[in-house]
Design a protein around this ligand. Sequence first.
Ligand SMILES: [Zn+2]
Ligand SMILES: [Zn+2]
Length: 112
Amino acid sequence: MWNVDVEYMCNQHILGEHVEMHMFVGALERKKSFKGFVEKGFVEIHNIRKRHSELEIEMIKRGMNHKSPIHRMKFVRLGKVDPEKSMVDLLKRCKNCRTNFKFKSKKYKEVK
Ligand SMILES: [Zn+2]
Ligand SMILES: [Zn+2]
């Protein structure tokens, strides 16, 4: 779970995080333990559904297909992802996210 502004992410990272959200839901349904993920700050259980909708909206905006809603279920309040740390990580790791970030953040400044 990156938890960063979806607009700054490249297509591949959007798709990747989207798949992860569904994997987390699947694991929750099977009552798997999230201890490792939570301890490492990789997931916010209570925000999975909200994050999934953010990704879904951005996917549709970019003309990608989305046919995988998340069913209503209980998400416990657990975990904390630091979006600033994620953004730094993502920009360090991914050239496409860097390009996208540069382009979008510049566009933002022009608008403001
Ligand atoms: Zn989905
Ligand atoms: Zn990327």
